[in-house]
Write a protein that binds this ligand. Structure first.
Ligand code: HEM
Ligand code: HEM
Length: 197
């Protein structure tokens, strides 16, 4: 005889990520961006393995140009990611909020920008990080130097890892403002790394 158990509560599937990111739609976009980023890193590594002979014998200036380009693209991505702060900050200011010029309302434009950067904040962070992982692998592949550029690069990477983990805690505001503090530290560090290298 088959026993049928009726339950008044539908069984809820709760993934590890749902503990951090309550919104289902947002969770889906983040998982997708994470997968794209992982595929990017994996394909990059496979390409590096397939072309390792050429990469090791290539003129170093030319080789450097390639990984510097990856750094430059992800820098643009991180600008988009960090722009969430000035936009949210401006929206809080009364003077800016009430600014009007004819029919144009600054508040409307800022709200639209805030919505856009909020939607793309995590996907842009994950994709930029995919590129920066490849930038770092290529930078180290032809030898690690104990100099300003390499050390600031490593320091930026270490801060970035903590920043991303605390980003997960930011959804439920349990990060004690550490996501913001580390974002500022990361921004300063990678700008120093990229500008004075
Ligand atoms: C989050 C981490 C990082 C970011 C955002 C970043 C970003 C950048 C950017 C934007 C540039 C300059 C590109 C240009 O001038 O067009 C650069 C250059 C460079 N990065 Fe990184 N990078 C990071 C991590 C690393 C790491 C971990 C290493 C190696 C350990 C590294 C090694 C280098 C080197 C060797 C250069 C070339 C410097 C030169 O012109 O001589 N970077 N990086
Ligand atoms: C996977 C990585 C990341 C996740 C999951 C994440 C998540 C979040 C969340 C949920 C917020 C709050 C947005 C709101 O108030 O509605 C936020 C804000 C913010 N994030 Fe991220 N973030 C990530 C990466 C980054 C990176 C790489 C940077 C820096 C380049 C950054 C800088 C900021 C800043 C400046 C804010 C605004 C201040 C704050 O509310 O703490 N985030 N982030």
């Amino acid at each position: 005889m088959v026993k049928i158990i009726y339950s008044s509560q539908p069984t809820k599937k709760s993934s590890f990520l749902s503990k951090f990111i309550p919104n289902r739609k947002e969770r889906k976009i983040i998982i997708l961006s994470f997968l794209v980023s992982a595929i990017l890193i994996l394909s990059g590594i496979l390409l590096i393995i397939a072309n390792h002979q050429q990469l090791f014998t290539q003129d170093f200036r030319h080789y450097k140009g390639t990984f510097k380009q990856l750094g430059s693209i992800s820098r643009i991505g991180y600008f988009v990611v960090i722009s969430i702060y000035p936009i949210y900050f401006l929206l809080k200011l009364k003077k800016v909020k009430n600014f009007q010029w004819g029919n144009f309302q600054l508040k409307g434009l800022l709200q639209l920008l805030a919505k856009l950067v909020r939607k793309w904040h995590v996907p842009a962070a994950l994709l930029s990080t995919g590129l920066i992982v490849l930038h770092s692998i290529l930078a180290i592949l032809r030898g690690f130097k104990v100099d300003f550029t390499y050390l600031t690069g490593i320091a930026s990477m270490v801060v970035l890892i903590f920043l991303m983990f605390l980003g997960l805690k930011r959804f439920k505001r349990t990060d004690k403002q550490w996501h913001f503090k580390l974002a500022i530290a990361f921004f300063i560090l990678f700008m120093i790394h990229a500008t004075f290298s």
